[in-house]
Design a protein around this ligand. Structure first.
Ligand code: SF4
Length: 483
């Protein structure tokens, strides 16, 4: 999972892009980078760490230019090696470019093998470098034509932004797994004659820089922005899936968990989407209780919805320490366990003697949920009823969200009553998958009436043969079950 922010035609491109990356920090906390364009020359600064640590007044001063491309990274493919920090900068057919990518290519191993057989040398292990090599070898009169050609070779999830001395290109894969949106900057911020365009993974980044939301970049679309004039042209990318299969597969987990609640994702408020899921959950899985409490922060909107619909009072029962990173995206189990104790503190005065409905967005391995229930019981909770605002996660994601292997997923290993026992809860209920699909806004629906959401991690139905094969390979590996 990563975040991309780019802008054109701005005198303070590096500073604005820094703010944009800051707003997208939740999408990746391992590393960040920024490339700026100044009279055909690309300057880059990239490092491991948080945006606020990497970019200082001095480093931003060394990034001159009127266009910028930034990236925050959480490694889901290729590991966290320094060579994988984005944006990647290179010379492609004699032209300076910078490239940033969000998502996972499911056919990356096949593409890499093929390129290596033909003599390509790789510096890192991330999918993004494959795209640079493909660009260098692609036919086409200019980099826009090459990008279109290359996008037709990629399978899986990708949002890509390419900055060249003359253009900014922003692409979304044909199935639209990851969000990418377009905005204009307010005139107070930019008095230049040409429009200043902003491209970002989430609209919360527009809010911070006073950008005016223009529209989402559509599945299978490439937006071309001419830097000299600000002229914007939309292109259709080659469709690998054929007209009959073409339907959006937007990642519903972005809506459920990953995106910031103040973002508008694919035309829907993330906060309101989650709040409504919570209300639906209350209708589907009611329980007699004294308080509804969220697992902060991701469970807050769902718990509010559950409380609204059930008429059970909402309360804060766990206090989160915001100076500790999100446990879900910490790479090792040891650190995850250690961090949970630092991160959540139960409010005994609220919890003691109460029957609690505890609402969270999802259960992955179950380790965190089990420890939270322990914390609540130690603080005197009489009953703990767990309610989850998404269906059980039973299958891995191959499209850019770092879910564990299939055999490590709690709902894959156990049935409901076993999970209830393992989590030590009085009752457990998940949101129905059909309800989740019904929640898609009309504008998200595909032409065939389907919700336009990907649900592979719940259903195990993958849209491409590469992911299906990877699931079979994973299944064939020896088991090392942990819960
Ligand atoms: S498998 Fe799940 S997490 Fe991955 S893209 Fe699909 S909905 Fe999102």
């Amino acid at each position: 999972m990563c975040g991309i922010f780019a802008l054109t035609q701005h005198r303070e491109a590096a500073h604005i892009a820094f703010l944009g990356l800051f707003a997208l920090q939740h999408r990746g906390q391992e590393s960040a980078g920024l490339a700026t364009l100044n009279q055909g020359h690309i300057s880059v600064h990239r490092d491991i760490g948080l945006v606020s640590d990497i970019f200082t007044a001095e480093t931003l001063a060394r990034l001159p230019g009127t266009a910028a491309l930034g990236h925050v990274r959480y490694s889901t493919a290729g590991g966290d090696a320094r060579g994988n920090i984005q944006p990647l900068a290179a010379r492609v057919n004699g032209i300076n470019v910078a490239l940033a990518h969000n998502g996972n290519l499911v056919n990356a191993p096949e593409l890499r093998d093929d390129l290596e057989r033909r003599g390509a040398i790789f510096q890192g292990t991330a999918d993004t470098e494959i795209i640079l090599h493909l660009l260098a070898q692609a036919p086409g009169a200019d980099l826009g034509a090459k990008m279109k050609h290359v996008s037709g070779l990629l399978e899986g999830a990708f949002t890509l932004v390419l900055m060249t001395p003359t253009h900014l290109y922003a692409c979304v894969d044909a199935l639209g797994y990851r969000p990418l949106s377009l905005a204009r900057l307010n005139s107070e911020l930019d008095s230049d004659a040409q429009p200043s365009w902003v491209v970002a993974s989430e609209t919360c980044a527009f809010e911070l820089v006073n950008g005016k939301f223009e529209r989402d970049i559509l599945p299978g679309e490439m937006v071309e922005i001419e830097l000299a004039t600000g002229k914007l042209t939309s292109h259709t990318l080659p469709d690998r899936h054929g007209a009959d299969k073409a339907q959006a597969r937007r990642c519903v987990f972005e809506q459920i968990y990953f995106a910031r609640p103040d973002s508008q994702l694919w035309g829907q408020s993330t906060f309101l989407f989650r709040e409504t899921l919570g209300a639906k959950l209350a209708e589907q899985a009611p329980v007699d209780a004294d308080l509804v409490i969220p697992i902060p922060d991701s469970g807050v909107p769902m718990a509010m919805g559950y409380a609204r619909a059930s008429k059970i009072p909402y309360a804060i029962g766990l206090i989160r320490n915001h100076y500790v990173g999100r446990t879900f995206i910490e790479p090792t189990q040891t650190i995850r366990n250690f961090r949970l104790r630092l991160k959540l503190s139960p409010l005994r005065q609220i919890i003691e003697g109460k029957r609690l409905v505890v609402v969270d967005d999802s259960i992955v391995r179950g380790t965190t949920s089990r420890r939270i229930v322990e914390l609540l019981r130690e603080a005197g909770a009489l009953e703990v009823h767990m309610r989850i605002g998404s269906p059980p996660v039973k299958f891995p994601c191959f499209y850019g969200i770092d879910t564990p292997k299939r055999r490590e997923l709690l709902a894959q290993q156990m049935n409901m009553s076993e999970m209830r026992e393992t989590l030590h809860v009085d009752s457990l209920a998940y949101l129905n998958i059909d309800t989740l699909h019904q929640m898609a806004a009309p504008q998200q629906r595909s032409a065939n009436g389907q919700s336009g959401f990907c649900d592979s991690c719940f259903s195990g139905c993958y849209s491409d043969k590469f992911a299906q094969r990877r699931l079979r390979e994973e299944h064939a590996q020896p088991s090392g079950v942990q819960s």
